[in-house]
Design a protein around this ligand. Structure first.
Ligand code: FAD
Length: 349
């Protein structure tokens, strides 16, 4: 029997959305099943794209390369959807200590970082309203990726064409058939789990994150600002402020403790009025070694997860890399290969 599809994908978060787009671009017949679950990460993600680990002032894993790939990818997708979800925006770091300011100065002398960071706040006069006893630095090529807008555009288009169906899939629903799998009357040679923290995979650790949407009357920033928390301007003096990281009690949702923590951190940046408009919580699918997790679970099932707190930056490269692997057998980069958790190292002599 011929297959009804070339690939079946479970989950339409950022991973499932980008992987399904990538396969479709390569001319494959794709079927996506998704059941929107409470606390799914992509529904609440702030969407900051930042290639620098601000705590240490070093590039994130393959930061420059991932940023170039992500920018090109999302711009192309915007054109395809005739929609706007990629907004380049610098990020201003308000130095909390003299040491951090000194480290920033030192790092600016390193070749790769010199291209990525600078001193000052660029051309955003509103930053002058914020306290900066030790000055500030700027990460030049950051962006805001409006992940919920991207996912909604994809969902509407794919549901209209019948390529996305709302359905909660259990592992037991997936039936092995000759040369592939069958699920809800669809068949394909390969099925990819893009189910975030809801699908258990070795090496995956769920991490709860909370944030607030706030109005800060009188503050009209044009840059993302960071000091203890991120402040992302989304228009009309409204900001997304976050996020927290919790490894315990990850499914408990919004907590008063996190709300207080966030408001406390915000008070160190902004002493004016704060109106809380929303409080949100989600669970990040992170990996213990902070790298994505890609690869085959068995001959006909694979996984794409582990995007952690930098899904927007990593997902375009990951989707293309996994597609190459599944379609042409290109070896996976060992740093992202699921096998790093599933295969025992050889015994030492
Ligand atoms: C508070 C917070 C702030 C964040 N901020 C940023 C940020 O600023 N920048 C950034 O890049 N990243 C950020 N992230 C991280 C980002 O959200 C994730 O890296 C990314 O969204 C993960 O996408 P995913 O598709 O792997 O998982 P998910 O978003 O969890 O998607 C999984 C999808 O699969 C569905 N699903 C699961 N199981 C099944 C099943 N059995 N059957 C059918 N459907 C199923 C779920 O309902 C969901 O739709 C943040 C995350 C949080 C929580």
């Amino acid at each position: 029997m011929p297959f009804t599809h070339d690939v079946i994908i479970i989950g339409q978060g950022l991973a499932g959305t980008l992987l399904s787009e990538t396969f479709a671009d390569r001319g494959l017949r794709v079927m996506v099943f998704d059941a929107p679950r409470a606390r799914r990460s992509s529904a609440v993600a702030t969407g900051i794209i930042n290639p620098i680990v601000l705590r240490r002032t070093v590039p994130t894993w393959r930061g420059s390369e991932m940023l170039a790939i992500a920018g090109a990818y999302y711009r192309e997708l915007e054109l395809d959807y005739d929609a706007s979800f990629w907004r380049p925006m610098p990020l201003v770091e308000l130095f909390p200590t003299a040491q951090e300011a000194g480290l920033w100065h030192a790092r600016m002398k390193e070749e790769e970082l010199a291209r990525m960071i600078a001193l000052g706040s660029g051309d955003d006069p509103a930053v002058a309203q914020l306290p900066q006893p030790y000055g500030c630095g700027m990460v030049k090529r950051c962006a805001w990726l409006d992940i919920p807008a991207l996912l909604l555009a994809h969902r509407e288009r794919w549901m209209r064409s019948g390529a996305l169906e709302e359905r909660a899939v259990e592992q037991s629903d997936v039936r092995a058939i000759d040369g592939g799998v069958e699920l809800a009357d669809r068949t394909a040679p390969v099925l990819v789990w893009c189910a975030g923290p809801f699908h258990s995979v070795k090496g995956l650790v769920p991490v709860r994150g909370e944030g607030l949407t706030v109005r800060l009357p009188g503050l009209a920033l044009r840059s993302i600002v960071h000091r203890g928390l991120f402040l992302l301007p989304i228009g009309d003096e409204v900001y997304r402020a976050g996020a927290t990281f919790n490894w315990d009690d990850v499914w408990s949702g919004r907590t008063e403790k996190a709300r207080h923590q966030l408001l406390d951190k915000l008070s160190r940046i902004w002493s004016g009025e704060v109106e809380v408009l929303d409080h949100w919580a989600g669970v990040r699918p992170a990996a213990v070694d902070r790298r994505p997790i890609l690869g085959r679970i068995d001959a006909h099932q694979a996984v794409f997860t582990g995007l952690g707190s930098r899904g927007g930056l990593l997902a375009p490269w990951c989707a293309a890399h996994l597609a190459d692997h599944l379609l042409t057998g290109t070896p996976l980069d060992p740093e992202v290969d699921l096998k790093r958790f599933t295969e025992q190292p050889p015994p030492s002599l």
